[in-house]
Design a protein around this ligand. Sequence first.
Ligand code: 5GP
Length: 183
Amino acid sequence: MSGPSGAGKSSVVEGLAKLLPFHFSVSMTTREARPGEVEGVDYRFVDRRRFQEAVAAGDLVEWAEYGGNLYGTPWDEVTGPRHRGQDVLLDIELVGARNVKHAYPEAIMIFIAPPDLAELERRLRARGDTSDADIARRLEVARLQMAEAPGLFEHLVVNDDLGAAVGQVAGILGVVPDPGGPS
Ligand code: 5GP
């Protein structure tokens, strides 16, 4: 799963977890934890030296730089669960998504888009923990990603209404939506 930050991927993942079992791949990042984020649950927060060691040791399936920080998927987040027969859900940006598709051609590629860039900006500002410069950078990256997405992703889900977006993703993954379920 990919999409601009502020498109609501984390909320979609949370909603999806109520509908079907999967392992959420916890990425390694050099970004600072945001308020409320938990080490080992949202990310493995590390410094650049530790991240570069992981790259050099071949511990990452893929990695990319985004907004001045490094992000990567540890192999053990993918191989362990897969050996146990679990599906694995990755929330990663486009460069990483392309590399994962290369390593795992069977991967289901879903792009979560905001209704439009104005709404994306509103959501990023509402977060309250992102500077103006960072918001501008993220909006520019979002614009580029939304232009590039159609060639890479098999599915596009516009997250206008969260319940509907979760339902659509569940449908893509083969879950029949429960009308009485979470909305
Ligand atoms: P955020 O800082 O908002 O949590 O994430 C910024 C971007 O990094 C998002 O697009 C997110 O999907 C992406 N990202 C998170 N983890 C990984 C990862 O392991 N690899 C790659 N390539 N991107 C990631």
